[in-house]
Design a protein around this ligand. Sequence first.
Ligand SMILES: *Cc1c(COP(=O)(O)O)cnc(C)c1O
Length: 395
Amino acid sequence: MNTAEIAEMQKTYLIPTYAPELALVKGSGTRVWDAEGNEYLDFLAGIAVLNVGHCHPAVVSAIQEQTATLMHVSNLYFNEKQPLLAKKLSSLAGGGKCFFCNSGAEANEGLIKLARLWGSAKGKYEVVTMKNSFHGRTLATLTATGQEKVQKGFYPLPEGFVYAEFNNLESVKNAVTEKTAAVLVEAVQGEGGILPANPDFLIGLRKLCDEQGALLLFDEVQSGIGRTGKWFGFQNYDVQPDAFSLAKALGNGFPIGAIVAAPKVADVFQPGNHATTFGGTPLACAAALAVLDTIEKENLLENARTLGALLLSKLQKIADQYDWIECARGTGLMVGLVLNDSALPLQKLLQKKGLLTLATAVRVLRMLPPLTITTADVEKAAALIAEACAELDTP
Ligand SMILES: *Cc1c(COP(=O)(O)O)cnc(C)c1O
């Protein structure tokens, strides 16, 4: 089918929650191809999912092998891949235990339930979250999300959520009470427009939570698995969470989410408290093990740091040339070019030129390339962005 045929069929049979324009049919590494055979440099990576690139051979063969051996057993039985993956994540996180699920929203939902169960004996149930955050689309997680646009029309929302300003410690102090079970935060707000947390803010949150007897939770769904040049975004700061969530890149396209809970709260959930049928299947865990192994073997954390810095400096040079571009910002390969106005025209022009990016929070051009990109990829992307900006500057 060509793009027009796919679009027509989608219009008839899909609930219109999305509005795509491009039909992608094949991917390899940092490149994807559309139904007409056009090639794109993928600086979006399925929204921070394909951290080791499209169809990485190690992930493909791990999935193929596991598919032919054992795909699913349910959590009524052991499957060795699950503790193996949990052990690996625990060692990367500096300790703790894991619970596996299927998506970012589900992982955050689990964090919220964990905080409530932990707090229930002490009368603590409120979760303080940040304005401009994003935590998912289930009822609890869209309520945790501090953005009215995702909540509109879905009232009444679940109770027990309180909002504070991101990077404003005073605001969180004012929101925390004896009823606060947890503070939930992103190390770098992704959907919010690539806004890194200030070190003082996160260090202050850790101290505040310790003083108030509340849990500090991190949503690492987008910033985790090497995206920021560390395994987890909070590792760019001198801060350790009580629990955090993962999803997106954990399976590099195979759906899997996780909660990683520090020893303090690792045994809060007991049999019967929380569960999910597909959580931690041998297949999902095999995919995730291959992803983590690949990031280590290919030294991708370092690649994310060095090429992230290169991309950022090239974007900053472009930003300096135009008064309608405010700045470039980001951490590792979580990078945004901040315009004064909507970034959508730039996103669309870049797509025409063969570079996939995403306009986020209206005026931020968000880039989340695979951690496997090369210097040549960064140079090509920067050249295309420079070219597109020059064209937009002279309409
Ligand atoms: C994408 C995202 C989620 C939601 O994950 P889903 O898998 O879409 O449910 C939650 N938090 C953050 C920070 C995200 O980027």
